[in-house]
Design a binder for this molecule. Sequence first.
Ligand code: NDP
Length: 277
Amino acid sequence: MDRYAVIGNPIAHSKSPSIHAAFARQTGEVLEYAACLAPLDGFVASVLAFRSEGGRGMNVTVPFKLEAFALANRHSPRAKAAGAVNTLAFRGDEIFGDNTDGAGLVRDLTHNLGVGLRGQRVLLLGAGGAARGVILPLMAEGPAALTIANRGVDKARGLCEQFEPAAGETRLAAAALADLSGPGYDIIINATAASLANEAPAVPTEVYSNCALAYDMMYARGETAFMRAARAGGARRCADGLGMLVEQAAESFLLWRGIRPRTTEILAELRRQMSSG
Ligand code: NDP
């Protein structure tokens, strides 16, 4: 049986095994998908051991996405742009690295939430691995403006410089979180790790005023701290990142198996399971 796994540390919380098991049932693909806990200093050894035991591919999560990028000997253009890999495919001697996070986010926004990006003014909060991975796919949708804001403005500026050549008609700008002002944003995406500490990023409240969608890449049983802050600040609609999680998984499944699973029912079932505890 073809074997796949998600690798990370910690990993016990991962929803990927149940998502991929549901994809396999739905598509009739025969495969096994496990969770692999790698020691913090043992990522490469764990991946190579899995491959030598016949593994066909892996999803990579915190904190190994940069190491996965370094390990891959061929990269998709979107992984190159992100400088991070969340999907590995083993093909003979080749270790192919891809990054499906951005495609997952865009698909969740446009397909599941019905929010188009063309002509919109988008604010991306954060400049870490997740932010890097979504900039190119977001710009490919043709927003009028994309502002990248971070606590440390230098990282945001660095991303602007890196992605400027690919910006096309999108106006790219960098800002420090604390210097943001608003209203003026249609879509606000939280790619900071603040929600992991149950905090909202420290931005002036008026930034959220009248924005059409405030989207947190983090997901939780109820609303995240970011979603609560955005709603209180006047965001008209809020969403969490559970849909992005399912969509990035579907994109990995497509890479490995050549078939894209339907995500709607699986996302709804996951949401039901989460809300019932
Ligand atoms: P990184 O550690 O690479 O980056 C963290 C970013 O968050 C940095 O920009 C950092 O700013 C900022 N940050 C951290 N704490 C705070 C805070 N208290 N207030 C404001 N900014 C803060 O993390 P990732 O980019 O890998 O992940 C970010 C989030 O995205 C996580 O919550 C993760 O769970 C989520 N994610 C969700 C996915 C999904 O499928 N739904 C996929 C990938 C990620 P600074 O540079 O100033 O330190």
